[in-house]
Design a protein around this ligand. Sequence first.
Ligand code: XMP
Length: 310
Amino acid sequence: MDYQAFIEQQIESIRRTVGSGTAINALSGGVDSSVVTVLGHRALGERLRTVFIDNALMREGEPDQVVASFRRMGIPVELVDARRDFLDALAGLTDPEEKRNAITSTFYQKVFGDLVRASGAKFLMHGTILTDIEETVAGVKRQHNILSQLGIDPQQHYGYQVIEPLASLRKDGVREVARALGMPPELSQRMPFPGPALATRIVGEVTEERLATVRAATRIVEEELAASGAFQYMAVLLADRATGIRDGRREFGQIIVVRSVESVDARSAAPTEVPWPTLHRICRRITDLPGVNRCLYDLTPKPPATIEYI
Ligand code: XMP
């Protein structure tokens, strides 16, 4: 495929669709929404408003890093602090689907919905890719960014038109477009990270304290496995507890699972054969975190497991 030609076609098509109007998009820092942001900006310049919504569920330093990466490319991104909205919506919830629904509806109906309405933009740019459409139509996954494929007309329901420049590509194609656009490797090669973010890695209630634990463990796993070349790696906080000994006293502590998988397209996955010394180092660092006294390595392939925990 000629990716330069694809880029030119998409830029032309975005310009034609939006005409003299304005568009808005939400950037997560993942490769899909990042490519859409760059394409949209090249097509529309300042007539595209890009927001990064801090939902309290991001990794350490992530909101500032993403905004800074785009600033270096000359693209302004507004950082919107919506941490309280998401934490309040998640309070008391333990069921995985209820947690996901709370995040989706807080995002679309409240935080981003309010921004879109206030902006007056008639066009919403979205990083939907072909795999999202296929999995949604097949009922494998509830992707929240698919509307027209499910027979919902956003123009009729919400008063705006959705533009999906990547709907014909899979992830490898999106990464090629990112490279062809000259985007830095920290964006084009970015490891997949789910929309509901660290909430997919907390079994049980999402609280600020539990987020701090999984965030610190995530940083350790990402540091230790950065050079591994694995497809995706993460830390997960379980709802169970286990007894341990700290400073000579018994402790009923937290359990962190480390997961690293090899995959091509995330539809199936095998556990990474992480060397023992690396696993031991990760375990030592993670059990140094306050209140965490167990660290487990997940050997389950997908299927039967999924990659994420909720
Ligand atoms: P699962 O857990 O279903 O994940 O095996 C497959 C891949 O998709 C990512 N993932 C998501 N990505 N929104 C996303 O944008 C989501 O709700 C979501 N859930 C899972 C996951 O990280 C993995 O790469």
